[in-house]
Design a protein around this ligand. Structure first.
Ligand SMILES: Cc1cc2nc3c(=O)[nH]c(=O)nc-3n(C[C@H](O)[C@H](O)[C@H](O)COP(=O)(O)OP(=O)(O)OC[C@H]3O[C@@H](n4cnc5c(N)ncnc54)[C@H](O)[C@@H]3O)c2cc1C
Length: 512
């Protein structure tokens, strides 16, 4: 039996990212995965700028980029081929990276796998199926079976069930699952393309007779997904001959090889409780959503990021365990927003009633004719949890320092950070700044090109953000959500005091 800081059940994208983040912070982590090898087939197709920023934090951007492609747009066409929506993604988006990347998931997972296994304090144990969880005041004990059939027991201060929508942890710990009642049956067909084959990169065919999506799933690969009709069985639909005839308008057998045909039932379910003492649910284990906004994996990676720095603070004694209660309070509203929008979007794209579909087409065509572009969906900031009145996602711009220009996180580093206009920090009491540094916080002063001692705000990202939020500084959490903003050093001192009280309420009570 070993004593780990954190045991993670499941080695999908959620578990892999959590292991990487905790490992980077020096914690002893064990990952327990039932399969002996990586899954090696794609599920997710794309990720966003916030997720690329997370890969940037892990130092993996170059490698990840080799298996991902920037997506410029998204088009919807109707049954007659008319363009209903022609959407352009931001590049760069708020996170400093493109708003959307199309990826080959097995490649991305292989990068994360190599990274995790190279971390000296992360142990990945594949072929271990967990079937028991117990906990006491000190730790969690996980029990399962190893690849040789022998019993495995692992003890850790905390455990995270990142074992997917059909995993063990949710079923064992959750009393209730909130089901939105959305359920659609789709056929997902993945191809490896021969070189030179050109296909629409990202297209939704809004044909009421056969809703279809065509998606680039990273270099050299493509996915066609078809909504199945009631009564169509998986056994019949997954036959390869039928698949070739479904894609015949776009692809022939000389153009590509089928790598996988799967029948998926897209669902929307949220576990009622994501924390059970020392055990947390993350990723699909906590929430499942339909893929119309391509946010299932992204949401799992956000969960991992949210949990990682909080576990780090608690494990290192810088915060009380109660901080971990903010995990669900922060993540659930975000996940609910995205899930509800994904369901809404899916209902518009996949209308099966020809009369309603015609009305939709007319509405969207009229909008296009009037040069009204589609509204850009912005995901919400935090509305509760560990924030002092802001909670927005803080952007990443280009900054300059000492003749070098680069993305803010590369120049300044990660973790807690006060980003301020010149002058504010100078007026902060020295004891405040020392306490901030002892806590591990950083500071960054951003300004125009000729301000001594400041980073150059090359593209105006920070000046614009401060103006839009009527402030001159922001306290940024390690996951880039804004803890709070202030106009001057007095406001900053108040913010830091409030943060200290929130992180260590027990210490405050003891000294009162
Ligand atoms: C067709 C399709 C398209 C999608 N497109 C996108 C997209 O474009 N973008 C996006 O962000 N998301 C997308 N998603 C969603 C995304 O694939 C999932 O949200 C994501 O894979 C969930 O990751 P996870 O690590 O939480 O769970 P999983 O990937 O399910 O991993 C869980 C792991 O836990 C292991 N496990 C289970 N039980 C046990 C046990 N008892 N003991 C040990 N190990 C166990 C499993 O073997 C598995 O490896 C899509 C999904 C589908 C189906």
């Amino acid at each position: 039996m070993s004593g780990y800081d954190v045991a993670i059940i499941g080695y999908g994208p959620t578990g892999m990212t959590l292991a990487a983040l905790l490992g980077q912070m020096g914690h002893r982590v064990v990952v327990l995965e039932r399969y002996t090898e990586l899954y090696n087939l794609p599920r997710a197709a794309c990720f966003d700028d916030e997720i690329m920023r997370t890969f940037q934090k892990l130092g993996l951007v170059d490698e990840i980029s080799r298996g991902a492609e920037v997506q410029r747009g998204y088009e919807w066409i109707n049954a007659s081929g008319e363009t209903l929506v022609d959407f352009e993604y931001d590049n760069p988006a708020a996170g400093g990276w493109a708003a959307l990347y199309m990826m080959f998931q097995p490649y991305i997972e292989a990068v994360l796998d190599r990274h995790d296994k190279a971390l000296p304090n992360v142990e990945v144990r594949q072929g271990v199926t967990i079937s028991g969880i117990e906990q006491d005041g000190e730790a969690v004990t996980l029990r399962g079976t190893g690849p040789d059939g022998k019993a495995v027991t692992v003890r850790a201060s905390y455990a995270v069930g990142a074992d997917g929508g059909n995993g063990f942890t949710r079923g064992r710990l959750c009393q209730k699952v909130d089901d939105y009642g959305f359920q659609e049956n789709w056929l997902v067909c993945d191809f490896r393309l021969n070189s030179g084959v050109v296909l629409p990169k990202f297209r939704q065919v809004c044909d009421p007779a056969q809703p279809t999506s065509i998606v680039n799933i990273g270099p050299g690969h493509h996915r066609f997904s078809f909504m199945l009709n009631p009564g169509e069985t998986a056994e019949h639909a997954t036959k390869h001959e039928g698949v070739w005839s479904r894609v015949s308008r776009y692809l022939g057998k000389d153009d590509a090889e089928i790598i996988r045909v799967a029948n998926y039932v897209f669902r929307s379910r949220l576990a009622d409780q994501w924390r059970h003492g020392r055990v947390f649910l993350a990723g699909d284990a906590a929430h499942e959503m339909p893929p119309f906004l391509a946010q299932g994996m992204c949401s799992g990676i956000r969960d991992s990021h949210n949990l990682a720095w909080k576990l780090d603070l608690v494990l290192s004694g810088k915060a009380d365990d109660v901080l971990l209660d903010t995990y669900q309070a922060e993540r659930e509203p975000h996940v609910r927003f995205i899930t509800e929008k994904a369901i809404e979007l899916g209902r518009v794209q996949t209308m099966r009633d020809p009369v309603l579909a015609r009305a939709r087409d007319e509405r969207l065509l009229a909008k296009r004719k009037a040069n009204q572009g589609p509204d850009k969906l912005r995901y919400p900031g935090l509305s509760g949890g560990l924030i002092a009145g802001n909670g927005a996602f803080f952007p990443q711009g280009i900054v300059g320092a000492g003749g070098r220009k680069g993305l803010f996180d590369d120049i300044v580093g990660g973790g807690w950070c006060i980003v301020a206009e010149p002058g504010v920090l100078d007026a902060l009491p020295a004891s405040c700044l020392e306490a901030w540094k002892a806590f591990g916080g950083r500071t960054a002063v951003v300004a125009g090109p000729t301000t001594a001692g400041a980073l150059e705000d090359v593209d105006g990202t920070y000046a614009n953000w401060f103006a839009a939020h009527s402030c001159s500084l922001a306290v940024i959490r390690p996951d880039w959500y804004v803890y709070g903003t202030a106009r001057d050093s007095h406001g900053l001192a108040e913010l830091l005091d409030r943060l200290a009280r929130s992180l260590k309420p027990q210490a405050m009570l003891a000294s009162a």
